[in-house]
Design a binder for this molecule. Structure first.
Ligand SMILES: C[S@@+](CC[C@H](N)C(=O)[O-])C[C@H]1O[C@@H](n2cnc3c(N)ncnc32)[C@H](O)[C@@H]1O
Length: 322
């Protein structure tokens, strides 16, 4: 059995000591363990919407629950990793949400997975992946204060997260600090393609919708999605797809084809909430993100669009060179 990396104090890097119900630093700073998950950050932070979302829709997008292979296809297409060669490595997942990629990773390897998320979504992840709990080292922590020593990980992945952090470039620096020299980082993010990227209902309405109480926003979305979905399908049918961006609904064209109608509506509600509720949503130009990696002593081995069965994503793969 591979040795588990110890937690360190996210503030000063001191190794933590496990006590009953909490971790403690030599200088006596305490980090509580709640619902079997160590918490290395304030639970009250800007990711509240995600904690709410992933605990409400905890298993909606989990492959084994929805009987789809979207997360599986996306994970292996984006990383291009060989599952047979990961077992002895230390791998970190940042921003795991309800654990759709944690499940894919743990199901396809016998490796340990270190995983953090800044929100209460970690509780949904543990529920979804409790069958792997001996290999899932899960904590609530921020990308800016990761509770492991620098240069600890052979590989790090971070999917669907970085556009939702307050500073994309500081997030890249924080990730790079935790990977070993010659270790690899794989990220994906929303691309900025010009002014029309933000000519979209989500960017127009989000300054308001992110301020509405999460419960009320979900109520509004539940009420509006069936009609929006109906109009969406008509626009698609009569080839007016360009108008879809003005509808207050997520783009459902990437959903797995095998979803039944009830699932399709539930996915649409969840993804629409995901689009309209976050505090931050900062799409990025690919070239700029490549530069951020280069400025952090990394060689970018791939930067561009990755297509997989059921969708596509803009991905960067980078190796830390010094
Ligand atoms: C859109 S969700 C993606 C979750 C998961 N990776 C997926 O694709 O299903 C974004 C996640 O990033 C997390 N997140 C946002 N800011 C973070 C930060 N500073 N540190 C760690 N996680 C963060 C949120 O809590 C949320 O669970």
């Amino acid at each position: 059995m591979k040795k588990i990396l110890p937690y360190v104090c996210p503030v000063n890097g001191d190794e933590l000591i496990l006590n009953k119900g909490y971790y403690r630093s030599p200088s006596n700073k305490k980090y509580k363990i709640k619902k079997n998950i160590p918490r290395f950050c304030s639970e009250d932070n800007y990711t509240e919407s995600f904690g709410f979302q992933w605990n409400k829709f905890d298993n909606t997008q989990i492959d084994s629950f929805s009987n789809t292979d979207l997360s599986y296809n996306r994970f292996w297409a984006e990383t291009k990793w060989d599952p047979k060669r990961l077992d002895d490595l230390n791998i970190l997942e940042i921003g795991s949400g309800a654990g759709r990629f944690s499940e894919v990773f743990l199901n396809s390897t016998s490796a340990n997975l270190y995983s953090i998320d800044y929100s209460a979504a970690v509780e949904a992840n543990l529920r979804n992946n409790k069958r792997f709990k001996s290999r899932l080292i899960l904590s609530q922590a921020s990308i800016y204060q990761i509770p492991f020593k620098n240069n600890s990980f052979d590989k790090i992945f971070c999917f669907g997260v970085l556009q939702h952090t307050p500073s994309f470039s500081e997030s890249i620096s924080a990730i790079v600090s935790k990977v070993k020299v010659n270790g690899e980082i794989v990220i994906d993010f929303y691309p900025y393609k010009g002014f029309y990227t933000k000519l979209n209902a989500k960017y127009i309405l989000r300054p308001i919708t992110k301020r509405i109480s999460k419960k009320f926003l979900l109520f509004l979305i539940k009420k509006s999605v069936p009609l929006s979905l109906f109009i969406f399908d008509i626009f698609e049918k009569i080839k007016l797809g360009f108008l879809i961006r003005f509808l207050p609904i997520t783009d459902v064209r990437g959903f797995p084809k095998e979803l039944n109608n009830k699932q399709r509506v539930e996915w649409a509600i969840m993804d629409t909430f995901d689009a309209f509720s976050p505090e931050f949503d900062n799409p990025q130009r690919l070239n700029k993100v490549i530069k951020m990696f280069e400025e952090n002593c990394c060689k970018v081995t791939f930067g561009g669009l990755v297509k997989f069965k059921g969708g596509s994503a803009v991905v960067i793969r980078a190796v830390k060179i010094s």
